[in-house]
Design a protein. Structure first.
Length: 434
Protein backbone atom coordinates (compact mmCIF):
# COMPACT_ATOMS: atom_id res chain seq x y z
CA UNK A 1 0.00 0.00 0.00
CA UNK A 2 1.46 3.35 -1.09
CA UNK A 3 0.52 6.45 0.91
CA UNK A 4 0.59 9.74 -1.04
CA UNK A 5 3.15 12.22 0.27
CA UNK A 6 0.53 14.94 0.47
CA UNK A 7 -1.32 13.09 3.25
CA UNK A 8 1.79 13.48 5.42
CA UNK A 9 3.45 16.76 4.49
CA UNK A 10 0.96 18.93 2.58
CA UNK A 11 -0.65 21.40 5.04
CA UNK A 12 -3.83 21.47 2.95
CA UNK A 13 -4.32 17.70 2.94
CA UNK A 14 -2.65 16.23 6.05
CA UNK A 15 -5.13 17.36 8.68
CA UNK A 16 -5.58 13.80 9.98
CA UNK A 17 -1.91 12.97 10.37
CA UNK A 18 -0.98 16.50 11.44
CA UNK A 19 -3.62 16.54 14.19
CA UNK A 20 -2.44 13.15 15.40
CA UNK A 21 1.20 14.30 15.48
CA UNK A 22 0.37 17.46 17.42
CA UNK A 23 -1.80 15.50 19.90
CA UNK A 24 1.02 13.01 20.49
CA UNK A 25 3.40 15.93 21.05
CA UNK A 26 1.13 17.57 23.63
CA UNK A 27 0.85 14.27 25.51
CA UNK A 28 4.63 13.80 25.42
CA UNK A 29 5.26 17.34 26.65
CA UNK A 30 2.86 16.87 29.54
CA UNK A 31 3.65 13.37 30.80
CA UNK A 32 7.07 12.29 29.54
CA UNK A 33 8.24 12.49 33.16
CA UNK A 34 5.62 9.90 34.10
CA UNK A 35 5.75 7.55 31.12
CA UNK A 36 9.46 7.86 30.43
CA UNK A 37 11.50 7.94 27.25
CA UNK A 38 8.90 6.08 25.20
CA UNK A 39 6.88 9.31 24.96
CA UNK A 40 9.88 11.30 23.74
CA UNK A 41 10.58 8.61 21.14
CA UNK A 42 6.96 8.84 20.01
CA UNK A 43 7.36 12.61 19.71
CA UNK A 44 10.41 12.19 17.49
CA UNK A 45 8.71 9.41 15.52
CA UNK A 46 5.82 11.61 14.36
CA UNK A 47 8.03 14.47 13.11
CA UNK A 48 11.58 13.47 12.13
CA UNK A 49 10.66 10.80 9.51
CA UNK A 50 8.82 13.49 7.53
CA UNK A 51 12.23 14.76 6.39
CA UNK A 52 12.62 11.55 4.39
CA UNK A 53 9.21 11.98 2.79
CA UNK A 54 9.99 15.34 1.16
CA UNK A 55 13.36 16.76 2.14
CA UNK A 56 13.14 19.57 -0.42
CA UNK A 57 10.25 21.11 1.50
CA UNK A 58 12.50 21.65 4.51
CA UNK A 59 15.45 23.03 2.56
CA UNK A 60 13.50 25.84 0.87
CA UNK A 61 14.24 29.21 2.49
CA UNK A 62 16.18 27.57 5.31
CA UNK A 63 18.03 30.86 5.75
CA UNK A 64 14.84 32.37 7.23
CA UNK A 65 15.39 30.19 10.31
CA UNK A 66 18.84 31.61 11.03
CA UNK A 67 17.99 33.22 14.40
CA UNK A 68 16.64 30.09 16.19
CA UNK A 69 19.39 27.99 14.61
CA UNK A 70 22.01 30.47 15.83
CA UNK A 71 20.53 30.34 19.33
CA UNK A 72 20.47 26.54 19.26
CA UNK A 73 24.12 26.52 18.17
CA UNK A 74 25.02 28.90 20.99
CA UNK A 75 23.22 26.65 23.48
CA UNK A 76 25.24 23.69 22.24
CA UNK A 77 28.54 25.59 22.31
CA UNK A 78 27.94 26.57 25.95
CA UNK A 79 29.23 23.10 26.82
CA UNK A 80 32.76 24.53 26.47
CA UNK A 81 32.35 26.84 29.46
CA UNK A 82 29.62 24.97 31.33
CA UNK A 83 29.89 24.22 35.04
CA UNK A 84 28.27 20.84 34.28
CA UNK A 85 29.38 19.96 30.72
CA UNK A 86 27.80 16.50 30.68
CA UNK A 87 24.34 17.82 31.54
CA UNK A 88 24.73 20.76 29.18
CA UNK A 89 25.73 18.54 26.26
CA UNK A 90 22.79 16.18 26.68
CA UNK A 91 20.16 18.87 27.28
CA UNK A 92 21.48 21.10 24.48
CA UNK A 93 21.17 18.29 21.93
CA UNK A 94 17.63 17.66 23.16
CA UNK A 95 16.78 21.35 22.80
CA UNK A 96 18.27 21.49 19.29
CA UNK A 97 16.26 18.44 18.18
CA UNK A 98 13.16 19.95 19.79
CA UNK A 99 13.59 23.08 17.66
CA UNK A 100 14.06 20.85 14.60
CA UNK A 101 10.74 19.13 15.27
CA UNK A 102 8.99 22.50 15.61
CA UNK A 103 10.54 23.51 12.28
CA UNK A 104 9.20 20.38 10.62
CA UNK A 105 5.77 20.99 12.14
CA UNK A 106 5.70 24.57 10.85
CA UNK A 107 6.52 23.40 7.32
CA UNK A 108 3.91 20.64 7.27
CA UNK A 109 1.06 21.61 9.61
CA UNK A 110 -1.37 24.49 9.13
CA UNK A 111 -2.55 26.65 12.01
CA UNK A 112 -5.97 25.02 11.81
CA UNK A 113 -4.49 21.54 12.05
CA UNK A 114 -2.26 22.67 14.93
CA UNK A 115 -5.34 23.96 16.76
CA UNK A 116 -7.31 20.75 16.26
CA UNK A 117 -4.39 18.55 17.31
CA UNK A 118 -3.68 20.71 20.35
CA UNK A 119 -7.32 20.50 21.45
CA UNK A 120 -7.34 16.71 21.12
CA UNK A 121 -4.09 16.41 23.04
CA UNK A 122 -5.12 18.86 25.75
CA UNK A 123 -8.47 17.12 26.25
CA UNK A 124 -6.80 13.72 26.75
CA UNK A 125 -4.13 15.22 29.00
CA UNK A 126 -6.69 16.94 31.23
CA UNK A 127 -8.87 13.82 31.37
CA UNK A 128 -5.90 11.83 32.63
CA UNK A 129 -5.16 14.46 35.26
CA UNK A 130 -8.80 14.40 36.31
CA UNK A 131 -8.52 10.64 36.71
CA UNK A 132 -5.38 10.97 38.84
CA UNK A 133 -7.01 13.70 40.91
CA UNK A 134 -3.96 14.67 42.94
CA UNK A 135 -3.74 17.80 45.11
CA UNK A 136 -0.61 19.48 46.36
CA UNK A 137 0.03 21.87 49.25
CA UNK A 138 1.74 25.15 48.51
CA UNK A 139 3.95 25.55 51.59
CA UNK A 140 4.54 29.23 50.86
CA UNK A 141 0.89 30.34 51.04
CA UNK A 142 -0.62 27.32 52.78
CA UNK A 143 -3.18 26.47 50.09
CA UNK A 144 -4.13 23.14 48.53
CA UNK A 145 -4.29 23.17 44.76
CA UNK A 146 -5.26 20.65 42.14
CA UNK A 147 -2.25 19.41 40.16
CA UNK A 148 -3.59 16.20 38.62
CA UNK A 149 -0.75 14.24 37.06
CA UNK A 150 1.47 17.33 36.82
CA UNK A 151 4.20 18.47 39.16
CA UNK A 152 2.70 21.88 39.89
CA UNK A 153 -0.48 23.92 39.62
CA UNK A 154 1.16 26.30 37.15
CA UNK A 155 1.81 23.51 34.65
CA UNK A 156 -1.75 22.25 34.61
CA UNK A 157 -2.98 25.85 34.64
CA UNK A 158 -0.97 26.56 31.49
CA UNK A 159 -2.38 23.53 29.68
CA UNK A 160 -5.92 24.47 30.75
CA UNK A 161 -5.47 28.07 29.59
CA UNK A 162 -4.27 26.79 26.20
CA UNK A 163 -7.36 24.59 26.04
CA UNK A 164 -9.61 27.61 26.59
CA UNK A 165 -7.69 29.72 24.10
CA UNK A 166 -7.65 27.18 21.30
CA UNK A 167 -11.35 26.42 21.84
CA UNK A 168 -12.29 30.09 21.52
CA UNK A 169 -10.17 30.78 18.42
CA UNK A 170 -11.36 27.58 16.75
CA UNK A 171 -14.99 28.48 17.27
CA UNK A 172 -14.38 32.08 16.20
CA UNK A 173 -12.21 31.55 13.11
CA UNK A 174 -11.81 27.92 12.12
CA UNK A 175 -15.00 25.90 12.60
CA UNK A 176 -16.82 24.72 9.49
CA UNK A 177 -19.96 23.10 10.88
CA UNK A 178 -22.24 22.94 13.90
CA UNK A 179 -20.75 19.60 14.87
CA UNK A 180 -17.42 21.27 15.55
CA UNK A 181 -19.17 23.59 18.01
CA UNK A 182 -20.66 20.60 19.83
CA UNK A 183 -17.27 18.88 19.89
CA UNK A 184 -15.61 21.94 21.48
CA UNK A 185 -18.02 22.23 24.40
CA UNK A 186 -16.54 19.36 26.50
CA UNK A 187 -12.98 20.62 25.92
CA UNK A 188 -13.91 24.16 26.89
CA UNK A 189 -15.79 23.11 30.04
CA UNK A 190 -13.04 20.73 31.18
CA UNK A 191 -10.34 23.33 30.58
CA UNK A 192 -12.28 26.00 32.46
CA UNK A 193 -12.85 23.65 35.39
CA UNK A 194 -9.19 22.63 35.56
CA UNK A 195 -8.08 26.24 35.42
CA UNK A 196 -10.42 27.13 38.28
CA UNK A 197 -9.39 24.30 40.60
CA UNK A 198 -5.67 24.69 39.91
CA UNK A 199 -5.69 28.24 41.31
CA UNK A 200 -2.87 29.23 38.96
CA UNK A 201 -2.92 33.02 39.21
CA UNK A 202 -0.63 33.45 36.21
CA UNK A 203 -2.91 31.45 33.92
CA UNK A 204 -6.13 32.95 35.28
CA UNK A 205 -4.83 36.49 34.82
CA UNK A 206 -3.27 36.02 31.38
CA UNK A 207 -6.03 34.25 29.46
CA UNK A 208 -8.64 37.09 29.67
CA UNK A 209 -6.05 39.61 28.44
CA UNK A 210 -5.11 37.40 25.50
CA UNK A 211 -8.73 36.75 24.52
CA UNK A 212 -9.49 40.49 24.68
CA UNK A 213 -6.56 41.13 22.33
CA UNK A 214 -7.82 38.49 19.89
CA UNK A 215 -11.26 40.12 19.90
CA UNK A 216 -9.71 43.47 18.99
CA UNK A 217 -7.66 41.88 16.22
CA UNK A 218 -10.77 40.14 14.91
CA UNK A 219 -12.61 43.47 14.81
CA UNK A 220 -9.72 45.01 12.86
CA UNK A 221 -10.77 42.84 9.92
CA UNK A 222 -13.57 45.35 9.27
CA UNK A 223 -11.06 48.17 8.78
CA UNK A 224 -8.88 48.95 5.80
CA UNK A 225 -5.15 48.45 6.17
CA UNK A 226 -4.53 52.18 6.56
CA UNK A 227 -6.94 52.47 9.47
CA UNK A 228 -5.54 49.29 11.02
CA UNK A 229 -2.14 50.96 11.24
CA UNK A 230 -3.58 54.03 12.93
CA UNK A 231 -5.59 51.98 15.43
CA UNK A 232 -2.55 49.80 16.16
CA UNK A 233 -0.26 52.77 16.85
CA UNK A 234 -2.83 54.50 19.05
CA UNK A 235 -3.63 51.27 20.89
CA UNK A 236 0.04 50.47 21.50
CA UNK A 237 0.61 53.97 22.87
CA UNK A 238 -2.39 53.74 25.20
CA UNK A 239 -1.20 50.33 26.42
CA UNK A 240 2.22 51.70 27.35
CA UNK A 241 0.72 54.71 29.12
CA UNK A 242 -1.81 52.54 30.97
CA UNK A 243 0.89 50.12 32.12
CA UNK A 244 3.06 52.98 33.37
CA UNK A 245 0.11 54.55 35.21
CA UNK A 246 -0.88 51.23 36.77
CA UNK A 247 2.63 50.74 38.15
CA UNK A 248 2.68 54.19 39.72
CA UNK A 249 -0.87 54.28 41.08
CA UNK A 250 -0.73 51.01 42.98
CA UNK A 251 -3.07 49.16 40.63
CA UNK A 252 -0.61 46.28 40.42
CA UNK A 253 -0.98 45.54 44.14
CA UNK A 254 -4.76 45.75 43.74
CA UNK A 255 -4.70 43.16 40.96
CA UNK A 256 -2.39 40.93 42.99
CA UNK A 257 -4.77 41.07 45.95
CA UNK A 258 -7.61 39.89 43.71
CA UNK A 259 -5.63 36.71 42.98
CA UNK A 260 -4.48 36.26 46.55
CA UNK A 261 -0.89 37.32 45.91
CA UNK A 262 1.33 39.76 47.77
CA UNK A 263 3.96 42.10 46.37
CA UNK A 264 6.59 39.33 46.56
CA UNK A 265 4.56 37.15 44.15
CA UNK A 266 4.84 34.18 46.54
CA UNK A 267 8.59 34.44 46.87
CA UNK A 268 9.31 35.10 43.21
CA UNK A 269 10.94 38.47 43.84
CA UNK A 270 13.40 36.82 46.23
CA UNK A 271 14.17 34.21 43.57
CA UNK A 272 14.75 36.94 41.00
CA UNK A 273 17.19 38.63 43.35
CA UNK A 274 19.07 35.37 43.86
CA UNK A 275 19.16 34.78 40.11
CA UNK A 276 20.47 38.28 39.43
CA UNK A 277 23.23 37.78 42.00
CA UNK A 278 24.15 34.42 40.44
CA UNK A 279 24.29 35.98 36.97
CA UNK A 280 26.91 38.51 38.09
CA UNK A 281 29.49 35.73 38.41
CA UNK A 282 29.40 35.13 34.65
CA UNK A 283 27.38 37.97 33.10
CA UNK A 284 28.36 37.55 29.44
CA UNK A 285 28.19 33.80 28.75
CA UNK A 286 26.50 32.38 31.86
CA UNK A 287 27.27 29.16 33.69
CA UNK A 288 26.18 26.97 30.76
CA UNK A 289 22.84 25.72 29.52
CA UNK A 290 21.00 23.70 32.22
CA UNK A 291 24.11 23.93 34.41
CA UNK A 292 22.73 25.81 37.41
CA UNK A 293 20.01 23.57 38.84
CA UNK A 294 22.30 20.59 39.33
CA UNK A 295 22.17 18.26 42.33
CA UNK A 296 25.27 18.70 44.47
CA UNK A 297 25.82 22.36 43.53
CA UNK A 298 25.71 24.49 46.67
CA UNK A 299 23.52 27.36 45.46
CA UNK A 300 20.95 25.08 43.85
CA UNK A 301 20.76 22.92 46.96
CA UNK A 302 20.30 26.01 49.14
CA UNK A 303 17.38 27.33 47.08
CA UNK A 304 15.76 23.91 46.86
CA UNK A 305 15.93 23.71 50.64
CA UNK A 306 14.55 27.24 51.16
CA UNK A 307 11.58 26.58 48.86
CA UNK A 308 10.91 23.05 50.17
CA UNK A 309 11.66 21.33 46.84
CA UNK A 310 12.29 17.87 48.21
CA UNK A 311 12.62 16.29 44.77
CA UNK A 312 15.54 18.65 43.99
CA UNK A 313 14.45 18.83 40.34
CA UNK A 314 12.07 20.81 38.13
CA UNK A 315 12.72 24.21 39.68
CA UNK A 316 13.72 27.53 38.12
CA UNK A 317 13.86 31.26 38.78
CA UNK A 318 10.26 31.82 37.64
CA UNK A 319 11.43 34.37 35.08
CA UNK A 320 12.54 33.45 31.57
CA UNK A 321 15.02 36.29 31.21
CA UNK A 322 16.70 35.81 34.57
CA UNK A 323 16.91 32.07 33.92
CA UNK A 324 18.50 32.75 30.54
CA UNK A 325 20.84 35.34 32.05
CA UNK A 326 22.10 32.88 34.65
CA UNK A 327 22.59 29.95 32.24
CA UNK A 328 23.46 31.71 28.97
CA UNK A 329 24.52 35.21 30.01
CA UNK A 330 23.73 38.49 28.30
CA UNK A 331 24.31 36.90 24.89
CA UNK A 332 21.72 34.20 25.48
CA UNK A 333 19.06 36.44 27.01
CA UNK A 334 19.43 38.88 24.09
CA UNK A 335 18.96 36.05 21.59
CA UNK A 336 15.84 34.59 23.21
CA UNK A 337 14.33 38.08 23.59
CA UNK A 338 14.98 38.77 19.90
CA UNK A 339 13.32 35.49 18.92
CA UNK A 340 10.19 36.37 20.90
CA UNK A 341 10.02 39.96 19.64
CA UNK A 342 10.71 38.99 16.03
CA UNK A 343 7.96 36.36 16.14
CA UNK A 344 5.41 38.68 17.71
CA UNK A 345 6.24 41.58 15.41
CA UNK A 346 6.16 39.35 12.33
CA UNK A 347 2.62 38.15 12.95
CA UNK A 348 1.38 41.57 14.10
CA UNK A 349 2.71 43.17 10.91
CA UNK A 350 1.01 40.43 8.87
CA UNK A 351 -2.35 41.42 10.38
CA UNK A 352 -1.84 45.18 10.38
CA UNK A 353 0.04 45.77 7.12
CA UNK A 354 -1.12 42.89 4.91
CA UNK A 355 -4.32 41.03 4.06
CA UNK A 356 -6.15 39.99 7.22
CA UNK A 357 -5.93 36.24 7.93
CA UNK A 358 -6.96 34.14 10.92
CA UNK A 359 -3.65 32.24 11.18
CA UNK A 360 -1.46 35.19 12.23
CA UNK A 361 -4.16 36.39 14.63
CA UNK A 362 -4.17 33.02 16.39
CA UNK A 363 -0.39 32.95 16.62
CA UNK A 364 -0.33 36.51 17.97
CA UNK A 365 -2.50 35.31 20.84
CA UNK A 366 -0.14 32.40 21.47
CA UNK A 367 2.87 34.71 21.51
CA UNK A 368 1.24 37.26 23.81
CA UNK A 369 0.32 34.45 26.20
CA UNK A 370 3.93 33.24 26.22
CA UNK A 371 5.19 36.81 26.58
CA UNK A 372 3.02 37.49 29.63
CA UNK A 373 4.05 34.23 31.24
CA UNK A 374 7.74 34.80 30.45
CA UNK A 375 7.99 37.32 33.29
CA UNK A 376 6.83 34.87 35.95
CA UNK A 377 7.44 31.41 34.44
CA UNK A 378 9.98 29.57 32.25
CA UNK A 379 8.06 28.01 29.37
CA UNK A 380 10.39 28.37 26.39
CA UNK A 381 13.92 27.52 27.51
CA UNK A 382 13.50 23.78 28.03
CA UNK A 383 13.14 20.90 25.56
CA UNK A 384 9.98 18.81 25.38
CA UNK A 385 7.63 21.49 26.69
CA UNK A 386 4.59 22.98 24.99
CA UNK A 387 5.71 26.59 25.34
CA UNK A 388 8.97 26.25 23.43
CA UNK A 389 7.30 24.14 20.72
CA UNK A 390 4.65 26.81 20.15
CA UNK A 391 7.26 29.57 20.16
CA UNK A 392 9.42 28.03 17.45
CA UNK A 393 6.42 26.84 15.44
CA UNK A 394 5.17 30.45 15.43
CA UNK A 395 8.60 31.76 14.42
CA UNK A 396 9.03 29.33 11.55
CA UNK A 397 5.51 30.12 10.32
CA UNK A 398 6.72 33.62 9.45
CA UNK A 399 8.40 32.26 6.32
CA UNK A 400 6.02 31.64 3.45
CA UNK A 401 7.59 28.68 1.70
CA UNK A 402 6.67 28.38 -2.00
CA UNK A 403 5.61 24.83 -2.82
CA UNK A 404 5.70 23.94 -6.49
CA UNK A 405 2.68 21.94 -7.55
CA UNK A 406 3.62 18.97 -9.76
CA UNK A 407 0.55 19.58 -11.90
CA UNK A 408 1.45 23.22 -12.38
CA UNK A 409 5.01 22.33 -13.26
CA UNK A 410 3.75 19.81 -15.83
CA UNK A 411 1.41 22.35 -17.40
CA UNK A 412 4.22 24.87 -17.59
CA UNK A 413 6.39 22.38 -19.42
CA UNK A 414 3.60 21.50 -21.85
CA UNK A 415 3.01 25.15 -22.62
CA UNK A 416 6.60 25.38 -23.77
CA UNK A 417 6.20 22.28 -25.98
CA UNK A 418 2.54 22.01 -27.17
CA UNK A 419 3.21 18.81 -29.12
CA UNK A 420 3.46 16.95 -25.80
CA UNK A 421 -0.12 17.66 -24.82
CA UNK A 422 -2.00 18.21 -28.11
CA UNK A 423 -1.80 15.08 -30.32
CA UNK A 424 -3.91 16.72 -33.01
CA UNK A 425 -1.45 19.57 -33.24
CA UNK A 426 1.44 17.11 -33.42
CA UNK A 427 -0.21 15.04 -36.18
CA UNK A 428 -1.20 18.09 -38.16
CA UNK A 429 2.26 19.51 -37.88
CA UNK A 430 3.71 16.22 -39.12
CA UNK A 431 1.36 16.07 -42.12
CA UNK A 432 2.15 19.64 -43.04
CA UNK A 433 5.83 18.81 -42.99
CA UNK A 434 5.24 15.95 -45.36
Amino acid sequence: MKIPKSLLVDPEKNSVYGSFAVAVSIWAFSYSVIFGQVMILAYYAVWLPLILVDYRRFLRQLSSAWLPLLFAAYVCFSVFWSAAPGITARTAVQYFSHIACAYIAARTVSVRTLTIGALIGIFVVLLYSLKVGAYSEDVLDGTYNFVGAFASKNQIGFVASLGIYFCVVFLAFLRRSRMSFIAMVPVLLLSAYMLAVSHSATSVASIPAVLALVVLLAMSKLLSRRYRRVVFLVGAGLLVVSAFAAMNMGLLDFVLNIFGKDSTLTGRTYLWEQGWNAAQKSPILGVGYAAYWVQGFAEAERLWNEFYITSRTGFHFHNTYIEALVELGAVGVTMIALIMLRTLYGHVSAVIFRTWQAGPVILIGVMVLLLIRSFVEVDILNPYVTGSFLLYYSFFKLAKVPVTSPRRAAVKGLEQDPEKWNPAFANGHAQTSK
